[in-house]
Structures are given as structure tokens and as C-alpha cells.
Design a protein around this ligand. Structure first.
Ligand SMILES: [Mg+2]
Length: 442
């Protein structure tokens, strides 16, 4: 990867950088003040003025008169949109600006990284020349002007762009994103780790985690109706994990929407004595009425959300009482902008937020910013704390990560460590019934 990001750790760093960029004598207070006055984001006098400026920028960017992307009076503009595949299956986005500030995002659908990269490419003509600080305005434009709204690919593309714009806005103002969202609402953020065996869950606990997630033990994909042995083994394996870490820890279980409702109902009953933290996707999230019926049939919390997009998707889940724990993915559901709105709607239904994230450290960083700005946060999923990807990997202590303090999303890619992780050709697994070869969910 050739491009490098420039992170400003404080307003002073930023002003010094801008003074240098403008060729001003370094160090003089007058020069720094001039640089700040010339280049720092203009205070917003009124919403109307700002919208007028956005409209003017948009007019210029659409002009056929070959307007330069960086011109007199243009304070901050997107100059380049860059995506790159990152192992094992991720897609990173970097937005560049005329001020040298870059923004990071993860626009990705697992198994469809190249499809989303193409969606980003198609959005690039809109983005070039735009002021990235008008995040909510651009979200509306990208979402509504698509005409065919929503879905995993388009909202994932918007999600990554949204994250990168928030990153830029925070860096431009010298504050973490949560400061711009009314935060902080907490000092640290609880995170959970994956584990499917006793050895793994003990290892994760030794690493500092106190919350975990597993899947139902299966020697083969589940049938529509399962036998007693299947149910008993799945419950027994969960009980072994519970015994390995004790009752003070939390263990969630993810059915992945891969069980029939008939099997899901029986397995939930078998798991109830072992007190899972929550049951995730007991059935496919498109079966909202069925999920709601399952929720009424158990005292265990039901969670869903990784394949639900935007506030409109989550509204139905809440209205039908299909789940009390929402798991929007900040890389799928519409980014930080939309997930914060989803959290607000959830709060009105007394539901909690546990963001889905089987992705990379930029996704985790976005989730931490959300968690630090909402009141109804439960726990953040993670599969990577960023070692080998970012310069300062996150640290887990007593099950928590301290909220970041650096501007923007608070992460900076480690280009040297990333060098051998660029590009991949990830393919999702295929699963078939062991008896008749028909296609089944995994
Ligand atoms: Mg899941």
C-alpha cells in the first residue's frame, strides 16, 4: 500500500501541520493563528449558511467547466477514494482530502468484498469534491439518490464511507467521533470474543475477556426436525463451556439463522437452564413473525441484526417485539450515522445494542465510538484487536476496552505490517445436506 495517512493528535499538531503546508514560518504564534484562520473548518454560523455552502460545492463539482477540486474558498474536499482488499476477507476504504487528512472505513459484505468495492467505485463521482464533514447530508444523498434503496451491498458501501467521513470530521476538529455525538456516555466498552471449545474459551478468558459467543455444536448441518441426540449434544457442549468459565462470565450463542424454527424452539428450551447471555438469530431474520413468536416462548433474550439494514429494517424488529437486543453491523446497517439512530429507536423500546462485528479493526473502532455515545449499549463483538493491522492495537482489560481518545476513529493503519495482507480471494463456505445433497444453511 503506497498511500499513508496523517493523524493529528491535537489541535496544536493540526495547526502546525497546516502552517507547514502553507509555507509559513514554523513556530510563530501569528503564523499559526493565520494558518488556523485560513484552513481550519469554518465555524457554522447557521444551518442555512452551511447548507448553502454544500449546495455550492455540489454545483461546482457537477459543473462541466472543469472546476478545480481544490480552489479558493474550498476548505476541505474529498480528492481521492481508495479501497484495498485486506486478508482474511476484508475491504478497507481510505478517503483522501485536499488538507492531507484521511478517513478510514470498512465497506464490506462478507464474501462480497469486490462487489462492494464496485459499489464504492460507482459512488466515487459523487464523492469527489464534496466536503466530507456534512456526513448526514451525504448519507441521505447516497442512500436516496440510489432509487433502489438499501440492501446489503449498497448500505455496506455507504457504511464504510460514513465511517471514513466521521473519521475525517473528528480529525479536522481534533476530537474523537463520540465527542461529536454527545458523548462520552461511558469510560470503557465491554467486548466479547468467539469460542467454540473449552480450550478456546479458557484461552479467551486468560486474555482478559469476560464475555464470549459460541455456536450450537453440530457434527453436521441441522435437519428440519432434529433427533434427541442432536439437541442433547448441543446443550451438553454449551454446559461444558459454562462450566469452564463459571457463572460470573457471559456466554451468548448464535444459531446463525441456520436452524428451522422447530429445532430452534426445542434447543432454546434445552439451553435455558444454562443461562446464555442471549440467543442470536434463532431463525433467519427475515422471518420476523416467527422470531417474535419464539421470543414470546422463552425468557432468554433474543438478539438479531447482522443482516438487517437501516432504521427501517430495525423498526419492524422492534415493533413486532422479535428481539430486545439489536446487533446492527456498523459496516452493513448504514455506518455510525445510522446505527446511532437505530440505537435511539431501540432506546424507546427499552432494547439494547450489541454491534455485530466479525470484521477488522476499523469496524471495531467505529463500534467503540458508537458505544461511547449511546446509553443503551450492551457489548461489542470483535475478532481482531488490530495487531498486525493498526499501529496501536486495542487492549482488553477485565473484559473492557478503554474508549479511544485520539481524534476521529482513533486508529491509524500500520502500512508495514499490512504489506503482506493486501489482497485476498475469500469465498464463503458451501454446505449441503449429508443425506441427500440438498443445499442447507450452515
Ligand atoms: Mg451472527
Amino acid at each position: 500500500m503506497k498511500s499513508r495517512s496523517i493523524a493529528f493528535n491535537s489541535p496544536i499538531d493540526r495547526r502546525a501541520f497546516l502552517a507547514q503546508a502553507l509555507g509559513l514560518a514554523g513556530g510563530s504564534a501569528a503564523a499559526l493563528q493565520l494558518a488556523a484562520a485560513e484552513t481550519l473548518p469554518k465555524p457554522v454560523d447557521s444551518g442555512a449558511d452551511y447548507l448553502k455552502e454544500i449546495a455550492e460545492n455540489e454545483r461546482k463539482s457537477r459543473s462541466k467547466d472543469a472546476q478545480p477540486l481544490i480552489g479558493v474558498g474550498d476548505k476541505l474536499k474529498i480528492t481521492k477514494v481508495e479501497t484495498f482488499l485486506v486478508k482474511p476477507r476484508w475491504l478497507f476504504l481510505k478517503l483522501h482530502t485536499n488538507a492531507g487528512i484521511t478517513g478510514l472505513g470498512e465497506p464490506i459484505v462478507e464474501g462480497r468484498a469486490k462487489t462492494v468495492a464496485t459499489a464504492i467505485e460507482e459512488l466515487t463521482p459523487y464523492l469527489l469534491g464534496k466536503d466530507p464533514r456534512a456526513v448526514a447530508h451525504h448519507w441521505q444523498a447516497m442512500y436516496r439518490h440510489a432509487f433502489y434503496r438499501g440492501g446489503p451491498v449498497l448500505t455496506s458501501a455507504i457504511s464504510g464511507i460514513d465511517q471514513a467521513m466521521w473519521d475525517i470530521k473528528g480529525k479536522a476538529l481534533g476530537v474523537p467521533v463520540y465527542e461529536l455525538l454527545g458523548g462520552p456516555t461511558r469510560a470503557r466498552v465491554r467486548v466479547y470474543a468467539h469460542a467454540s471449545t473449552v480450550e478456546q474459551i479458557r484461552q479467551r478468558k486468560a486474555e482478559g475477556f469476560t464475555a464470549f459467543k459460541t455456536g450450537p455444536f453440530k457434527e453436521r448441518p441441522a435437519r428440519i426436525i432434529e433427533n434427541k441426540a442432536f439437541i442433547d449434544k448441543a446443550a451438553q457442549r454449551f454446559a461444558e463451556l459454562r462450566a469452564a468459565v463459571g457463572d460470573e462470565c457471559d456466554i451468548a450463542i448464535d444459531f446463525h439463522g441456520a436452524l428451522s424454527q422447530q429445532v430452534a424452539r426445542v434447543l432454546i428450551k434445552a439451553l435455558e437452564p444454562h443461562a446464555p447471555m442471549f440467543i442470536e438469530e434463532p431463525v433467519n431474520c427475515q422471518e420476523v413473525e416467527v422470531m417474535a413468536d419464539i421470543a414470546r416462548g422463552t425468557h432468554l433474550p433474543i438478539a438479531t441484526g447482522e443482516r438487517i439494514f437501516t432504521k427501517w429494517g430495525f423498526r419492524e424488529i422492534l415493533e413486532k417485539k422479535a428481539a430486545t437486543i439489536l446487533q446492527p453491523d456498523l459496516c452493513h446497517a448504514g455506518g455510525i450515522t445510522e446505527c446511532r439512530l437505530i440505537a435511539g429507536i431501540a432506546e424507546a423500546f427499552y432494547a439494547a445494542i450489541a454491534p455485530h462485528n466479525p470484521l477488522g479493526p476499523v469496524s471495531l473502532a467505529a463500534g467503540l465510538q458508537l458505544a461511547a455515545s449511546i446509553p443503551n449499549f450492551l457489548c461489542q463483538e470483535q475478532v481482531s484487536l488490530g495487531a498486525g493491522y493498526i499501529k496501536k492495537p486495542f487492549q482488553v482489560r477485565d473484559g473492557y476496552i478503554d474508549i479511544p481518545t485520539a481524534p476521529g476513529l482513533g486508529v491509524e493503519l500500520d502500512d508495514n505490517a499490512l504489506a503482506d495482507k493486501i489482497d485476498h480471494d475469500w469465498r464463503n463456505r458451501e454446505t449441503y445436506d449429508v443425506d441427500d445433497g440438498s443445499v442447507v444453511d450452515w
